[in-house]
Design a protein around this ligand. Structure first.
Ligand code: SF4
Length: 461
């Protein structure tokens, strides 16, 4: 969600005449902050400290800080970094160009934080990083009260965007070359709560299935509490909805789930994934887990390990619990010693790697359709490789042959030959290559900007 907000901020600034730059001579620097984890605060103040010196040399330069941390800590930001020109919150992104202008004209800092959002901000422009994939927000805010989470107090109650607007945006994106969308919400399964339709999310998925040219539909994040079988059926019946479910677990212990105010229990969670796998046999299931929530005992932790083994996740993001001031969990007794949290985290990571590797190994020998991505291997050993995602969201690295011209946004069919905990590999020749409009647009954009084609040697041969 934060990434998408940044795309919107870029779009707004571009519309107002600004041009993006990597140069240190930038006239305006905008930080879009996240408050979910603790180290974001430290990073922000460190960066602002560094910019102070730049600003001393060039007083006309403007610094803006927005997003969740700004919403939470507007006074603190002013106190710690009085050289910041604009502070804006999560509900008034659209005002950024005006606030920058006002700060410039009035020669004084502009602080604007709104307490709530009136309507979903559908009409903000967006500057997307990818040509072929796009994030599309379907709701903002959250009506839940997970005790570790700061989001509801910063982003407010859930605001649902009308389906017609969402579908119009997707159709426009498709006409611009987008072939994959990710529907975004804090809790996509409660989409529709604002207009009283508990089947709204399933309907939205099915409606995406009717959009010509839209090849892949994904969504994050679902919440087990609101997950209906109708959504599973919609996933199974809609061919462009990808067979991948990323559903946060957070803990495998019923006691910890209760303390977290996550109002589902392990049996319900396991029941959902069992039904998903029954209806969509090739679905991958991935999750998020928090380790070291206050009061988590060794037995609770073992319940999480046990669930990970039972669920056979295809990937899992694990987080060490960190206290977020302002959340109920921060006030709970029995906070766990960070060393203990780290030790559990390491143990869980080992189990997850083992389970995920086992799942990935099952892919060896299968032919998979891959949407080629823009990213290039960073490690030396991957410098000549390209990568992409399978339908079930596994990352796969492959090396095109000398005469093959594969572009980001194209589809290739590959045979999986290698499996690792975080990715698959294919060292066999590409079975099929399907060129797309998105690939054409990418290629033309490189030609018109006179750049060497991404520097991927396989592309320029
Ligand atoms: S569902 Fe829970 S964790 Fe997710 S945003 Fe809402 S309160 Fe936070």
């Amino acid at each position: 969600m934060n990434e998408h907000d940044s795309e919107r901020l870029s779009g707004l600034l571009e519309n107002a005449g600004y041009i993006a730059t990597d140069s240190e001579d930038a006239d305006v620097v905008v930080y879009n902050t996240c408050a979910v984890r603790e180290n974001a605060d430290n990073k922000l103040y460190g960066n602002l400290g560094m910019l102070y010196k730049t600003k001393e040399k060039r007083p006309g330069m403007q610094i803006a800080v927005g997003g969740c941390l700004a919403q939470k800590d507007k006074e603190l930001i002013q106190e710690k970094a009085p050289w910041v020109d604009v502070v804006f919150g999560t509900h008034n992104f659209g005002s950024l160009p005006v606030l920058l202008e006002r700060a410039r004209v009035n020669q004084e800092a502009q602080i604007e934080i709104l307490e709530a959002l009136e309507v979903f901000p559908s009409n903000l422009p967006t500057k997307r990083d990818s040509i072929h994939s796009a994030l599309v927000a379907i709701s903002v805010g959250c009506n839940n009260t997970c005790t570790f989470c700061i989001v509801p107090s910063l982003r407010g109650k859930e605001k649902d965007r009308r389906a017609g607007e969402i579908l119009d945006e997707i159709k426009t994106l498709v006409s611009q070359g987008v072939i994959e969308i990710m529907l975004l919400g804090q809790n996509v399964n409660s989409y529709g709560v604002e207009f009283g339709d508990k089947y709204a999310f399933g309907k939205l998925l099915r409606a995406c299935g009717n959009i010509q040219g839209l090849e892949r539909v994904r969504f994050i994040s679902p919440h087990p509490k609101d997950f209906t079988d109708d959504v599973i059926s919609a996933m199974a019946e809609t061919t462009n909805v990808m067979p991948h479910l990323h559903m946060p677990l957070q803990s495998g212990s019923d006691k910890v789930l209760a303390d977290m105010k996550r109002s589902y229990r392990r049996e319900k969670y396991l029941g959902i994934i069992e039904r998903v796998r029954k209806q969509i046999p090739d679905a991958s299931i991935t999750t998020d887990i928090i380790v070291g929530f206050p009061g988590e005992t060794e037995k609770d932790f073992q319940d999480t390990i046990d669930l990970v083994m039972q669920a056979k996740f295809d990937s899992a993001f694990t987080y060490q619990y960190s206290k977020r001031p302002g959340t109920p969990a921060a006030e709970m007794p029995n906070q766990i010693d960070p060393k203990e949290i780290n030790e559990r985290y390491e143990r869980l990571a080992k189990v997850i790697n083992m389970v995920v590797l086992e799942q990935n190994k099952k892919q060896i020998g299968k032919n998979v359709e891959v949407l080629v991505s823009e990213s290039q291997g960073r490690k030396e050993e991957f410098k000549n490789t390209m990568s992409g995602r399978t339908k079930d969201f596994r990352l796969i690295n492959f090396t095109p042959q000398k005469d093959q011209f594969i572009r980001p946004g194209d589809f290739v069919e590959l045979e999986v030959t290698g499996a690792f905990p975080f990715y698959l590999t294919s060292d066999k020749p590409i079975i099929k290559h399907r060129m797309t409009n998105a690939g054409d647009i990418w290629q033309n954009s490189k030609k018109s900007s006179n750049e060497v084609l991404l520097g991927i040697p396989t592309l320029v041969r």
